[in-house]
Design a protein around this ligand. Sequence first.
Ligand code: HEC
Length: 286
Amino acid sequence: MLLTFDVDPWLAVFGRCHIIFLHLPIGLLPGIALLEFGAAIFRKPTPRGAVLTLAVMTALVAGAALASGLVLAGEKTDSDLLGEHKLAAIVMTIVCGLLPIMAAFKTRKVFRITLIVALGLSVYAGHLGGSLTHKKDFLFKPLERAARLAKAAADAEQAASNTGTGSGNAVTPLVIPPVTKTHFELMIAPIFERACNDCHNPDDFEGDLDLTTKDGILGLDRDEPDRVIVPGKPDMSILIELCELPIDDEDHMPEIDEDEPDAVQQLSKKELTALRRWILDGCKFD
Ligand code: HEC
């Protein structure tokens, strides 16, 4: 999704400076808090000149971070996450704009409240921004992954004990497999979930592809019909073609995640065969 250069290239470069500007208010706000609250804690006079200067700087760099961010957002596909990040950043910039005004007052109470609100907003907007660049919930992903693996292990153990191995002469309960799950839910969705959906979900939406919904998988959410998956024709489906490319081919899927190269799990032969078979049978979801 590169910018087609109907946008001035210098403006595009300014947009990409977002990754520099955004760190400035994040660094300055705790600095101001240290000066303001540190002085209060040590019962020294507030260094009002320094606080005011830093507050002016914070307002300016927050403005620059917002402006460049709005330009950069033009390069991205719209998503709820991007919308939330934008909104949080706009509110944060307004609050940062109020900081120098409040800092100029003699009473400190209103300024301190504004400062704490600005700090909170910077953490929130920063977290949303981090989720945009490092995939959703990057921070807590290791915990999520550990919980998923633990659950899979527990399920496997449960399944093993249900087959009756080692349960002596106790009567093993008859396990009736749930009949409500479709072939798609049992065999296909878990493949996408395990190997693809970290990147191909409505928020990350890499390659404009969402593999978490039927419309996304069939490309019905796209403006132009294309050949990501062609029901009945696995050999014409780009999805299969990309997964079967040699692993060192730069177009190979699943792509290696630069943030977490070990986290991406490749498809097994069996999974590829299941995908091919499902496409050949016409991509049935029920
Ligand atoms: C680490 C992130 C990541 C993972 C995991 C990943 N992909 Fe991708 N995928 C991408 C990116 C990025 C692109 C866009 C590449 C480009 O535009 O050059 C892409 C593009 C695609 C496309 C092309 C879409 C189009 O319209 O051209 C398909 C198909 C695809 N991926 C399928 C898959 C499948 C199937 C899996 C799981 C087996 C998978 N991907 C796993 C990041 C990933």
